[in-house]
Design a binder for this molecule. Structure first.
Ligand code: G4P
Length: 536
């Protein structure tokens, strides 16, 4: 197979959902289809138990397994599929957001009874920002849920994306009879069954009288009316709109009953993008270029203090990666080679000899890599699109052992490089503030500082709403902001000095203490833009 063929058959995506919507179940069913696993329950048993509430040490024990499931690769027909896990539950962290920077498309799972929930909304913001193509799977149709049309309205309104159903459910809950696949004009009759897959029956169109025989007159009439309505209300499906991130095809089914999953997968491999070009500060990198490039989007630390090693996860953006080849670590200006790169086939971690654009490789690391680092075959490139996202929770970090200030500083710096959380330094007082997206990260940081760096920290409360990266507005085409905008920017910084901080890169960040304060600032300072991510 040529390099181009290898790259074009790759599909790298993430499944995102609110906890409990069915992400694990769907992942497992996709692996079953790929023949990567043979029994249902295999992935499930790796899942971080929900009962482990906030006991993160318990979570960590299980995380040893979860590293193996952070990427699941398998072949389906001629395609090579990489599913990236986006941790949910308590270990929801900035990691989750950043994982989305390494995928080429996304499948969103929605619980038919619950509709769009918070975590999905937050993750979708990242997809929208990056214009990631999105597909929606409405799960748990075997239970009573919301009306499908209402659900579609909800997805459009809450996730800010146009939708187009490509399959349509016939009833739900106890009365659930199956789905009509609009994409292929087939009917799948539902039988509750976790292992076998229903056979699709092909029709010329939905008016075929056999459909009436199969599902009864009432349901057949209702199906035809619904489909008429769909044709009238939604624009025809366009792959281009999907690829631009403007339109999400929607499927209905029940992951637990392996129902509707095959249709989703079939459509996915046909329309989901192969690796997409990625922008660097210097130029756009095309995946089909022969020379290897890649960036680090995640660092998974080994929590065992006796073996301080990590795995740095690299997304390959172009060409082919080879074991024992020399590559350039751009930030460190150093050549490096890797004798034990790993890839993740289903649940197994295996050493590999080569990997292609679209793939994720895990590189064993002892502190050489930071999030955002670039490896290349020689060229100096800096990948864009790995922004920091505004944290949601903030605390002052204080030294609890004055003899260990150095260790604390070193530990905090390294943990921030790993992307565990973000550090802000108040411009007025110099006090350090740690921002996270989940409560658990504070516990993780404290524990790791103590066990890996022999430093002790203490948390003190601070009430903040968001961190905003700010800039003085530039007129269109202008290189610099106008003197007026610059003056306003300086004035803002002076007036809000108490709330101004530097991020780790030394950029100005406004720490808004409430939504009200932020919207007032946006109103009052017309020459300043407030961003919730560090890249704009
Ligand atoms: P998550 O990864 O998004 O958190 O969700 P997960 O797949 O773990 O599913 C959450 C719960 O929903 C599980 O039940 C799972 O069995 C159930 N589920 C998933 N898909 C369907 C579906 O299509 N229909 C129905 N009725 N239920 C579904 P649980 O009781 O929490 O776990 P378990 O005891 O079944 O393992």
């Amino acid at each position: 197979m040529t390099l181009t063929d290898e790259i074009q058959r790759r599909r790298t995506f993430a499944i995102i959902s609110h906890p409990d919507a069915g992400k694990t179940t769907l992942t497992e069913k996709l692996l079953l289809f790929g023949g990567a696993i043979h029994v249902a329950g295999a992935v499930k048993s790796n899942k971080i138990k929900k009962t482990a509430t906030s006991d993160w040490m318990e979570i960590e024990k299980q995380r040893g397994i979860s590293v193996a499931t952070s990427v699941m690769a398998f072949d389906y027909r001629d395609y090579h599929i990489n599913i990236l896990d986006t941790p949910g539950h308590q270990d929801f962290a900035e990691d989750t957001f950043r994982t989305l920077t390494a995928v080429d498309s996304v499948i969103i799972v929605i619980d038919a009874a619950k509709g769009v929930e918070t975590q999905t909304r937050r993750l979708m913001e990242v997809c929208r920002m990056r214009k990631t193509p999105v597909m929606v799977f409405v799960n748990k149709m075997d239970r009573e849920g919301k009306d499908p049309f209402d659900l579609l309205d909800e997805v459009e309104a809450e996730l800010g994306i146009h939708v187009r159903p490509l399959s349509w459910p016939i009833n739900m809950g106890q009365r659930f009879k199956g789905v009509y696949n609009i994409f292929q004009q087939t009917l799948d009759l539902y039988t509750p069954n976790k292992q076998t897959i229903s056979e699709s029956i092909k029709f010329a169109d939905v008016n075929d009288p056999q459909i009436t025989e199969l599902i009864g007159e009432n349901d057949a009439d209702k199906l035809r009316m619904d489909l008429d309505l769909i044709e009238g209300v939604y624009n025809p499906f366009s792959t281009d709109d999907y690829l631009r991130g403007d339109l999400a095809p929607v499927f209905f089914g029940s992951a637990l009953n392996t129902f509707g999953v095959k249709e989703l997968l079939e459509c996915f491999v046909q329309i989901a993008p192969s690796p997409r070009p990625v922008d660097t500060l210097e130029r756009r990198v095309d995946p089909l270029e022969e020379k290897f490039t890649g960036f680090c989007f995640k660092i998974h630390a080994n929590m065992d203090p006796n073996h301080r090693s990590c795995i740095a996860f690299f997304k390959i953006c172009s060409g082919k990666f080879e074991r024992n080849e020399y590559y350039r670590h751009v930030r460190k200006e150093q050549q490096m080679r890797f004798s034990a790169p790993t890839c993740f086939m289903a649940q197994k971690k295996e050493t590999i000899d080569e990997a292609y654009a679209g793939d994720i490789v895990g590189l064993p690391d002892t502190g050489n890599f930071k999030i955002g680092d670039t490896l290349t075959s020689g060229e100096v490139l800096h990948f864009k699109g790995l922004p920091s996202f505004s944290p949601e929770m903030f605390k002052y970090i204080e030294n609890a052992d004055p003899m260990k200030q150095k260790q604390l500083d070193k530990g905090v710096n390294q943990l921030m490089d790993e992307g565990v959380a973000q550090l802000f330094t108040n411009q007025l007082t110099g006090r350090k503030i740690v921002g996270t997206v989940g409560q658990l990260q504070f516990e993780v940081i404290q524990y790791r500082l103590e066990h890996e760096y022999q430093a002790k920290c203490r948390w003190e409360p601070i009430s903040l709403y968001k961190a905003c990266w700010i800039e003085a507005v530039k007129e269109e085409g202008a290189k610099e902001p106008s003197p007026e905008a610059k003056a306003e920017y300086e004035m803002f910084k002076k007036r809000k000095a108490q709330y101004m901080a530097f991020d780790k890169e030394g950029r100005d960040v406004f720490l808004a203490d409430s939504g009200y304060v932020l919207s007032m600032a946006q109103q009052d300072y017309q020459h300043i833009r407030f961003h919730f991510t560090s890249e704009f």
